[in-house]
Design a binder for this molecule. Structure first.
Ligand code: SF4
Length: 59
């Protein structure tokens, strides 16, 4: 289960969320888009810096 997850259809690979993430949950995948490890975190700062609203948090 991922609480914070990435909508790949919206991600443009800018890396802002990965640079903001101090928990090392988000990373860039081999295609150059952000991806999230399994987590139960609300990475709101990462969500806020994403220019395309691709960082999603499950309620
Ligand atoms: S900040 Fe948004 S657009 Fe940039 S890499 Fe992260 S999810 Fe993708």
């Amino acid at each position: 289960m991922k609480k914070t997850w990435i909508d790949k259809d919206l991600c443009i690979g800018c890396m802002a969320c990965v640079e903001m993430d101090e928990t090392d949950t988000l990373f860039m995948d081999e295609d150059g888009f952000a991806e999230a490890k399994d987590n139960d975190l609300e990475l709101k700062e990462c969500q806020m810096v994403c220019p395309t609203s691709a960082v999603k948090i499950k309620e």
